[in-house]
Design a protein around this ligand. Structure first.
Ligand code: 3HC
Ligand code: NAI
Length: 712
């Protein structure tokens, strides 16, 4: 049933039209219908001299309703009917903007004759991030107002432009403070008394000074240098070029045609999946909505190493004071100076000011005394990956930390429940698995222990958002969601080397899928020694498969001191930071292969590499879902996009798997089980994968009930 999302109030001769469609006033079907009804009413009311269009709640219209795009083929005609009604209503229409006027919201504002914005407002056309282009005339009206070069930049990047800047660019007409509606009314009165005409962006032509001779050629060249699977950027360039070279109506037709192409593309479906999945991750099944959260006003970090310093920066940047506790003065000094250098490097790029560095460093203190953690609301330990050491640290914290303090471990492999026991008050303990560099990477795996209290989990998930992270909750298992899947990916890529593939060949195949870096460049960057030590530690705990080739190459390289980029040699040799093929690695692999009786092959194709690296990873993800380690397939996609650089235009490994068809993947897994033998169970299909494949369903078809069943 249609909901009334639009109200009309007559104040004197002004029609005040208000859109109220929480949470972000998306211009959904109901909103479009409401606006059309109201505008038709106004059209037959001769007393109305002007119209002011504004929104209730936290923001002006933040765009089309993205959920509707699943069925919109092409863009719904009523949006154009609405825009025509506004443009031809014969009275000045003023849009009053606050919050974020984005996408279809900004396009609607551009159809209006004038735009007034609160100083805090921001505008933008972020469609490109959804694999789309602005389909409501944005590619035609913005260049006419702001020039082709500026419009191209805004539309290609999807940035949010602050109101002051939008004013300077000619996109809006006035920036105001205080009461927006009153200011918009006053502005409209001035417009009327000045006898302003009904200025229309569509009637302007693009300022020729904003179109250099090679503007579009350069834009296309820049795109060709950074190819990715997003269909929108190339089409955006064509549309903006059309705004320059074609009359408005023809430019609109070009925009419509190319918008429809984008909307139909699998990449746009994948990017829209990412949009919703990244927002769904904070919804924790079974948790009471609006559970009171614990206040986090001061944070402690134990260990000022690679991770500790970066972790501290996140909170400091968000205005939360941090104390870092170290074991030695030298380590503390080193850690704090790296943090300072990081800020200085950011300032050198003009991204922060010297004054901000002072503020940030002022919020950060160092100490050698655990007693300084007594008043912290959250303490994150980031000491060496050593269970005994971490248990000692937790036991020490239990004597010092206040009763309600949350204790988090940044461990990448160890059992959070064992640490919780060492701390004593287990309900207050969980994992916060940051990714390196911790101040940059968006992903945060929040590891719920067996006894973690619901409000502790909810507090940390909310806090993650505050510090700009994308939190994904994981249950307890070795490697959590991300590294557990990465294990099968790395295992299989190594095995390909033993069969005769080269690191370059494997990396190139994986990169052709859109990964920023193949497995061997990644291992060299992370440190071959770091990965080898984890395998050795697992071996000591009896957690490794009986496979004698398991990580044989990594272990051999570590033995030879080939630690990767940091030692100048690993799977590659490095000239500066450039990886170069190193024939020694081939010899090492040949020797290991003959020792383990693995036959050489010269027929390994890029397709086989992709299947063998990614299908076991997808299979592992299915196990992660059936064990209830992850709440939803989308959560797994979010982990791999934000933590491992999986191409977002494929939507993450599980969205991609659905597009390939699970039955196909299952068949290929069976094929490799036969080809390679399955002595160690690497190619056993997950029960969930088998079930979905048999039913002809995908991961995205799993119902909430099926998923809830898995995590109890
Ligand atoms: N359509 C549908 N739902 C939307 C939406 C949209 N355009 N924008 C936000 N939402 C939903 C989110 O899914 C979320 O729902 P949930 O609470 O159920 O999880 C809720 O609104 C709040 O969103 P955020 O958590 O992102 O809230 P923030 O305050 O952090 O951010 C925002 C607000 C900046 C508006 C951000 O939501 C955003 O960037 N939205 C998308 C804007 C966009 O891409 N607009 C273009 C759409 S395409 C278009 O307009 C095509 C046109 O050219 C024809
Ligand atoms: P690191 O070796 O760089 O730093 C550890 C720091 O802990 C050192 O500065 C050391 O002096 C300090 N320390 C040791 N014992 C201490 C004690 N008793 N009290 C106070 N400080 C003490 O290690 P890194 O890389 O920062 O790793 C820390 C944790 O983060 C580990 O658990 C690791 O598994 C995890 N992690 C590491 C990632 C990485 O890429 N480096 C990624 C994700 C998690």
């Amino acid at each position: 049933m249609e909901k009334n999302r639009v109200t009309l109030e007559k104040r004197g001769t002004f029609a005040l039209v208000c859109v109220d469609n929480p949470p972000v006033n998306a211009i959904s079907r109901d909103v479009r219908a409401g606006l059309i009804t109201v505008l038709r009413q106004i059209a037959v009311d001769p007393d109305i001299a002007a119209i002011i269009l504004y929104c209730a709640g936290r923001t002006f219209i933040a765009g089309a309703d993205i959920a509707e795009f699943a069925s919109m083929q092409p863009l719904a005609a009523d949006i154009h009917e609405l825009f025509d009604l506004i443009e031809n209503c014969g009275r000045p229409v003023v849009a009053a903007l606050h919050g974020t006027a984005l996408g279809g919201g900004l396009e609607l504002a551009l159809v209006c004759n004038f735009r007034v914005a609160l100083r805090s407002a921001r505008i933008g056309l972020p469609e490109v991030r959804l694999g789309l282009l602005p389909g409501g005339g944005g590619t035609q009206r913005l260049p006419r107002l702001a020039g082709a070069k500026t419009a191209l930049k805004i539309i290609l990047t999807g940035v949010q432009v602050p109101a002051d800047k939008a004013l300077a660019l000619g996109i809006i007409d006035e920036v105001v403070d205080g009461d927006l509606l009153e200011a918009a009314i006053a502005y409209t009165e001035r417009v009327l008394s000045a006898g302003c005409t009904l200025r229309r962006a569509s009637a302007l032509s693009v300022n020729p000074d904003s179109v250099s001779a090679d503007l579009f050629k350069q834009a296309r060249q820049a795109l060709a240098q950074r190819p990715n699977g997003n269909p929108a950027p190339a089409r955006i360039i064509t549309c903006v070029e059309a705004a320059v070279t074609q009359p408005f109506e023809q430019g609109m037709a070009t925009e419509q045609r190319l918008f429809a192409e984008c909307l139909r593309s699998p990449a746009s479906a994948a990017l829209r999946h990412r949009f919703f999945a990244e927002r769904e991750v904070t919804k924790i099944p079974g948790l009471v909505v609006n559970l009171p959260l614990r206040p986090i006003q001061r944070v402690g970090v134990v260990g000022a190493g690679t991770m500790g310093g970066g972790i501290a920066m996140n909170f400091v940047n968000a205005g939360i004071p941090v104390v870092i506790v170290e074991a030695s003065q030298a380590a503390l000094d080193r850690g704090l100076s790296i943090v300072r250098k990081n800020y200085e490097a950011t300032a050198a790029k003009g991204r922060i000011t010297g004054e901000q560095i002072k503020q940030y460093m002022g919020r950060l203190s160092g100490s050698l005394d655990y007693a300084d953690l007594a008043d912290c609301d959250l303490v994150i330990e980031a000491v060496f990956e050593d269970m005994e050491l971490k248990k000692r640290v937790c036991a020490q914290l239990s004597k010092i930390c206040k009763p309600g303090a949350i204790i988090a471990s940044n461990t990448s492999t160890l059992d959070v429940d064992v640490l919780a026991e060492a701390y004593g008050r287990s309900a207050n303990v969980l994992g916060m698995h940051f990714f390196s560099p911790a101040n940059v990477m968006r992903l945060l795996e929040v590891v719920r222990g067996a006894k973690t209290a619901p409000d502790v989990l909810a507090t940390v998930v909310k806090l993650a958002r505050t510090i700009g992270k994308v939190p994904v909750v994981s249950g307890m298992c070795h490697g959590f969601i991300g590294n557990r899947m990465a294990e099968s990916y790395l295992r299989e890529s190594e095995r390909l080397l033993l069969e005769g593939a080269t690191p370059q060949q494997v990396d190139a195949a994986v990169q052709s899928l859109g990964m920023p870096m193949g497995p061997f460049r990644m291992l060299d960057m992370a440190g071959v020694d770091v990965v080898a030590k984890v395998a050795l530690e697992q071996g000591k705990n009896g957690l490794l498969p009986l496979d004698p080739c398991y990580q044989a190459v990594v272990l051999k390289l570590m033995e030879l001191g080939r630690y990767g980029q940091k030692s100048g040699r690993g799977f590659y040799r490095y000239e500066g930071r450039t990886p170069m093929a190193d024939p020694i690695v081939g010899k090492i692999c040949t020797e290991l292969a003959s020792r383990h009786g693995i036959a050489y092959r010269d027929d390994i194709s890029a397709q086989e590499i992709i299947e063998r690296c990614f299908y076991p990873l997808i299979n592992e993800a299915a196990k992660i879902l059936e064990e209830g380690i992850a709440y939803r397939p989308g959560d797994i996609d979010v982990v791999w996009i934000n933590g491992y650089g999986f191409p977002d235009y494929l939507g993450g490994p599980l969205f991609w798997a659905d597009t390939l068809g699970l039955a196909n993947i299952a068949a290929r897994i069976d094929h490799y089980a036969v080809q390679l033998g399955n002595a160690y169970g690497y190619w056993h299909r997950a029960a969930l994968l088998m079930r979905l494949a048999d039913q002809g369903r995908g991961f995205s078809d799993l119902t909430a009930d099926e998923l809830n069943h898995a995590h109890g």
